[in-house]
Write a protein that binds this ligand. Structure first.
Ligand code: THU
Length: 160
């Protein structure tokens, strides 16, 4: 039985019914787990995103001995894309995680800071982003737009 979540989402028990495109993106995000630099938390996070122009960007968490400087996987992927693409449209974003010390039984939710950053990318492209969350239990949670997990958020509208 698929797990229940307290926000709008679609839950898949595995990736078999998802498009090949999304399956590939999930695979790439999982491969990023091996690249994570997480000597302090030992919590590995991988991310991948696909643009409508076909380009793919990837990221993984990057930690630092000065703990507050650690950067999350999804922000690494989003900012690397933002650094090289001017007019982008993100078709899908995948976030996955692995805790080697205690395999995850739930999908990894993006932290609040990353939700805020994803929201700004939605504003920039003028469209919601489809986010897929996965972890070691193979379950996939699909979210159509970050507002379902970041309601009433602070955004550019408050500044103008
Ligand atoms: N982490 C991410 O990469 N993404 C998230 O959304 C949650 C947390 C990373 C940051 C840190 O390297 C480790 O997970 C433990 O918090």
């Amino acid at each position: 039985m698929a797990r229940k979540y307290d926000f709008d989402c679609e839950v898949f028990e595995n990736s078999s019914t998802l498009s090949k495109e999304v399956q590939n993106l999930i695979q790439l995000a999982k491969e990023q787990l091996d690249m994570a630099y997480a000597p302090y938390s030992k919590f590995l996070v991988g991310a991948s995103l696909l643009l409508t122009n076909g380009n793919i960007y990837k990221g993984c968490n990057q930690e630092n001995a000065s703990y507050p400087l650690c950067l999350c996987a999804e922000r690494v992927a989003l900012f690397s894309m933002g650094a090289v693409e001017k007019d982008f449209e993100i078709k899908a974003l995948v976030i996955t995680a692995s805790n080697p010390a205690k395999p995850l039984q739930v999908v990894c939710m993006p932290c609040g800071a990353c939700r805020q950053v994803i929201q700004e990318f939605e504003q920039r492209q003028g469209k919601p982003i489809t986010v897929y969350l996965t972890s070691e239990n193979n379950e996939i949670v699909k979210i159509e737009g970050i507002s379902s997990i970041l309601p009433s958020s602070f955004s550019i509208q408050h500044l103008i």
